[in-house]
Design a protein around this ligand. Structure first.
Ligand code: 9PG
Length: 437
């Protein structure tokens, strides 16, 4: 891929800022002064997992995926973006002779907006939503409870039952229970139970039996090298595509353009829907848009969109599709809910210093920078409410969640909440805002 200069901007030194839009849910997004260095991946694996694969950024260069905006400092914003959501140019800005030179690796359109960055981003989001036929209105989604940030991959059926009981006893209005990563036998083997989890069907029945909706996590485009799917169907993998390493194994990619793999994918979601599951957290979705050799010669973004359509076919029109780790622009119109930030964690700062990694700081910075997408492209998911006593700076996290209109989900073991945690959780568990801010 080669970059071609497409424009330049004059700016006011000291007050100008460049807004970089990250590729997927976990990719850092924000506005930076020209003397700041934006977040960059700590290593090659994180580049694949959390940034745009294959697009390392040169030194002293800003880069947005599908969107780069310059708040010039004189009251206007100059913005470059894809013509539509199905092509996502990488767009760069570098300082040269007192101006910013803009370059891109695919066609990008220029817009100039009088006003501040927030105004320009809101207007841009509306233009893109219309071009992508995103829904015009967004439902008030009820709050939820999620297993991940309390039980991690050790979750068992009994944890779900215990928290159902406690939610009822404490009057927590969590109307959907999401069983996150940990119930499955392998990455790709979604219908096989992890030995020791218990029964997924029983857990789902317990949830729906209380009148709540049941949700489940999958990473539908990933195939872990340790999985049964990987052993049994090497012909279903995208040739040469490497989705990184997680769960102590290398990750391959399901080729949704292979008819049998496509049928399998739809069937997995049809099976879950048949159990009564209506909310689907679809994680590590970036994998579906990786380049590689596919059965059918589709470009990666078209293949990604095809994959989501196959999932929708199995999950049903009424189901809620919840993207995570997902390429942002390519998902418009296909998901109902979208994670807009890296993971929350019990610690304020990320271990590696890279804010694409789980941490409160990363989740707050990128989540706040993407609040303008809420109720314009989808329902934002700022990640879960975690407010038990061991959570570092829990007041700050609660304040961040309170300021977003997006999905409210609690993910503490309810028994671990002290009085402040319980009150805060109850206060924050409200339906999503139907209007954008
Ligand atoms: C389940 C989790 C949860 C969580 C998702 C995703 O790059 N990383 O280090 C990285 C860490 C965690 C992570 C994604 C990326 O979490 O966002 O809500 O569902 O998977 O395994």
């Amino acid at each position: 891929m080669s970059f071609v200069d497409i424009g330049e901007v004059a700016y006011v030194p000291g007050s100008a800022r460049v807004f970089e839009h990250g590729w997927q849910s976990w990719s850092p997004t924000g506005a930076y002064r020209l003397d700041e260095t934006p977040p960059r991946p700590a290593n090659g694996t994180i580049q694949i997992l959390c940034y745009r694969p294959g697009t390392p950024v040169p030194e002293r260069t800003f880069q947005g995926e599908g969107l780069l905006a310059v708040e010039t400092g004189d009251g206007s914003v100059e913005l470059w973006s894809a013509a539509g959501p199905h092509e996502v140019p990488s767009i760069r800005a570098r300082e040269e002779g007192g101006r910013l030179v803009i370059s891109a690796d695919a066609p990008a359109r220029h817009h100039r907006v009088e006003g501040d960055l927030g105004t320009a981003l809101r207007r841009w989001a509306e233009t893109m939503a219309a071009a992508a036929s995103a829904p015009r209105t967004f439902p008030a989604l009820p709050p939820m409870w999620c297993t991940w940030y309390g039980y991690w991959d050790k979750v068992v059926e009994a944890d779900v039952l215990e928290n159902l009981e406690l939610a009822t006893r404490h009057g927590l209005p969590a109307d959907m229970f999401l069983i996150d990563d940990g119930y499955e036998a392998g990455i790709g083997d979604w219908l096989d139970p992890r030995p020791g989890f218990g029964s997924l069907a029983r857990a789902v029945d317990a949830v729906t039996g209380t009148g709540r909706r049941a949700g489940i996590w999958t990473a539908p485009f990933l195939v872990g090298h340790d999985s049964r799917l990987y052993r049994e169907h090497p012909e279903w993998l995208v040739g040469g595509a490497y989705a990184g390493r997680m769960w102590n194994q290398d990750l391959a990619v399901l080729d949704v353009t292979h008819p049998d793999a496509a049928e399998h994918l739809t069937q997995v979601f049809r099976t879950f829907a048949g159990m009564g599951i209506t909310h689907f957290k679809l994680d590590y979705l970036y994998a579906g848009a990786l380049a590689g050799r596919r059965h059918e010669d589709l470009d990666p973004i078209a293949a990604y969109r095809r994959g989501l359509e196959l999932i929708r076919r199995g999950a049903g029109e009424e189901a809620t599709l919840h993207g995570c780790g997902a390429p942002m622009l390519p998902s418009i119109g296909l998901v109902d809910v979208m994670r807009v930030s890296p993971d929350i964690a019990l610690t304020l700062r990320p271990r590696s210093g890279d804010i694409s990694q789980p941490s409160q700081l990363g989740a707050r910075l990128t989540g706040a920078a993407r609040e303008f997408l809420h109720a314009r492209w989808w329902v934002n998911d700022p990640d879960c409410i975690v407010v038990r006593p061991e959570m570092e700076a829990r007041e700050e996290w609660a304040a961040h969640v309170a300021a977003t209109g997006g999905l409210r989900g609690s993910s503490d073991p309810i028994a671990a909440l002290d009085e402040w945690g319980m009150e805060t959780t109850r206060r924050l568990l409200v339906p999503t805002a139907t209007d954008p801010s």
